[in-house]
Design a protein around this ligand. Sequence first.
Ligand code: NIG
Ligand code: FE
Length: 397
Amino acid sequence: MTARLVLRNASELCVPEPDGREIQRLPRHALYAEDGVIRWVGPEDQLPPESRGAEVVDAQGGAVLPGLIDAHTHLVFAGDRVSDFSLRARGESYSSILAQGGGIYTTVNATRSAGFGELLDLTRKRLVSRVSRGITTTEIKSGYGLTAAHELRMLEVVKALRGEGFDVEGTLLAAHVIPKDIPREDYLRSITHEMIPKVAQEGLARFVDVFVEANAYTAAEAERIFSAATEHGLLPRVHAEQITNSGGCLVAARLGASSADHLERASDADLAALARAGTVGVFLPGAMTFLGDHAPHLGLAARKAGLEVCVATDQNPGSSPLSCLATAAMLAVTQMGLTVEESLRAITLGAAHALRRTDIGTLEVGRKARFVVLSHPDSRALIYGFSEPPILRVVGA
Ligand code: NIG
Ligand code: FE
């Protein structure tokens, strides 16, 4: 039997502009879905006859948005970095803590020591709380393993959670920092000749990411890694120009990466190159704010460059212990210069484009009937609250 669903009594549907930068707020619109796929969207007083008798979702006068997509997280990890936070408050920098063997290395040690079941439980708990905040798709990177076995184990956790029904996307970020216990060249070879082929063969991830930064990987190393990724049908993405301008954007553009993320130190030429390549720019205001950094110009610069924008939480224990995508979207407005409407598009359709997904991200015929009903009639209220998005219910997750 076909499962049929009709959404009624919405004050408005928030529909991201497919080609523009903002959102449309369609008043008194309804939608009809069969088997989890949207079949009709339009004014409620024109609902088609086939919607009669379908299960009714009553929005109770609230606004309805597409399920939110968090396109950049490091959600599989054990331990925390409370001590780093305290050290930074006393004047140490993120980079100096990393250079002394702390920072990301602290999380690598904790994550390597945790059992598979423990990592699975920790990550599942994080995903469950995300759904209650309207996040129905989450991308998750490896990067706290730094050996082939440990990196692949992180992606096995993601795969197991996909098997449980969570909509999760895996990304191999073996090139996060340089391992302490393996020579650099050996590790690079292991990424290109061992991990990438295995990830592709076993369907463990669709993306390969590299942290291009002064005390992480060079742009030339990223190019090597991305060439191997592309050969195996995996899509490149990059952590680019976060702390220093290190050439990540230009490599991303040259190799047609799906996204370039962070961008605090990106130049106008970098942003223009990304825009020309169809690479999405991912803003991570949680990391920027938590590290005390500033890039108030970035929204305007992206707009001028014609760069499509996504906003993500970057949830991780070091630079961004942030699990609420609505809060990230608010910070992208107040700290990075996006408009409210741009930011709403950035956590829905912009994020779907960053993940190269065509089945989610907006409310149109053919996409999944997956949406967030607010207890407020204005969709923009989703990101107006500082920490408590006014969510009535989440459907189709
Ligand atoms: O996106 N910048 C590098 N990687 C992560 C941080 C990971 C961590 O500090 O544990 C980021 O901010
Ligand atoms: Fe990150």
